[in-house]
Design a protein around this ligand. Structure first.
Ligand SMILES: [Zn+2]
Length: 358
């Protein structure tokens, strides 16, 4: 559906007013201390999620900029967190929380998904500066093969195709149509194709990725996007950071049959323990997808906890194999000029702010 200019203007004004209202409300609640983490987070256990940490130039060349914080933004997040929370890796903080330890500030765990090399290169020094330990979740086969996760391979292919003159765009559309993908056009082709692909069976999805990579010629991806090696992961472990499993193939767990599920959960723990010589106690569901059956499989494989991407903090009664987290998106806690607004982050983590899926 195409919108007329008057309609587009009305929508733009509505969104602006909504943002203004939300920001003012966030400020009032922050100034009055109502959303202060010390108050809202008391007696609760919070977990922050990050993905990639890249300098601005790389963020611009990456297909999913919303998954990226810059090292400077990570520094700002950690300054805020260490001021308002007692921060550490997930295993340590969760055990402290469950033991009922009384802390001056609420407990917060810092986590990074997908074992990207940028975590090693850019997040590690920022964490060291703030003396904070974190947890890193490793998708085993991707690291072993040094092969980007499927959404990254798809993203780089789609970014490159429309740039290859008219023909590239046409071939992209032909392949998407042939796969039977119903793309809901939000204006961002990369995210539209990725979310539509999640509805495909694993096999069809991987075939689609392979054909797009082939016709776009993007099998060689930029060095900045690579995954960590096991040596680099081992160094993080030696620093005192926690290493957790993020499955073998990064597939969506509820889609797996019992045998595949056991492989993803138990085998990944086994490989990591053998590689690192440490007990692996935390599992992170790829894409956050989990259900009662996957939670049981994680428990049976000997893990002590697992994390989802469901937004929220956790109470004492929280299901330890389906812990909630706060996904950190830099843009959502910045003003229009890109400055960090603590009131917005406090508001988002307060439990007062509904509709956090977007
Ligand atoms: Zn992941």
């Amino acid at each position: 559906m195409l919108l007329g200019p008057a309609q587009s203007t009305r929508i733009a004004v509505f969104l602006m007013v909504k943002t203004l209202f939300r920001n003012s409300l966030a400020n009032i609640l922050f100034v009055t201390g109502i959303t202060a983490p010390e108050r809202r987070g008391r007696g609760r256990f919070s977990i922050a999620t990050f993905h990639r940490v890249l300098p601005e130039a790389d963020r611009l060349a990456y297909p999913f900029p919303g998954l990226v914080v810059t090292p400077e933004e990570l520094d700002t997040f950690l300054s805020y967190f260490t001021k308002h929370f007692d921060c550490g890796d997930l295993e340590t903080q969760h055990e402290r929380y469950l033991s009922g330890e009384i802390t001056a500030r609420p407990l917060l765990a810092i986590t990074f998904d997908d074992a990207q090399y940028d975590n090693y290169k850019y997040a590690r020094p920022v964490l060291a500066k703030h003396r904070v330990k974190a947890s890193f979740f490793v998708p085993i086969l991707a690291v072993e093969r040094q092969e980007l996760l499927w959404h990254d391979r798809l993203g780089f292919a789609i970014l490159s195709l429309p740039k290859q003159a008219q023909e590239g765009q046409e071939r992209l559309m032909q392949i998407l149509t042939a796969t039977g993908l119903a793309i809901k056009a939000s204006g961002n082709l990369v995210s539209d194709v990725v979310s539509a692909s999640k509805e495909l069976t694993l096999e069809t999805r991987l075939q689609l990725v392979a054909s797009l990579v082939e016709i776009s010629g993007t099998s060689q991806t930029p060095e900045f996007a690579r995954l960590m090696t096991f040596e680099e992961i081992g160094e993080l472990a030696s620093d005192g950071h926690e290493i957790g499993s993020h499955s073998m193939t990064h597939c969506l767990m509820p889609e797996c049959d019992d045998r595949a599920l056991a492989y993803e959960v138990a085998e990944s723990r086994h490989v990591l323990q053998a590689r690192l010589g440490k007990t692996i106690a935390t599992f992170c569901y790829p894409n956050g997808n989990s259900d009662a059956r996957t939670a049981l499989a994680v428990a049976q494989a000997g893990y002590s906890r697992a994390v989802t991407t469901t937004w929220g903090s956790n109470g004492q009664a929280a299901e330890r194999f389906q812990l909630k987290r706060y996904d950190m998106v830099a843009k959502r806690v910045q003003d229009s000029t890109g400055n960090f607004v603590p009131a917005l982050l406090a508001f988002r983590m307060s439990g007062f702010y509904p509709g956090l899926g977007s």
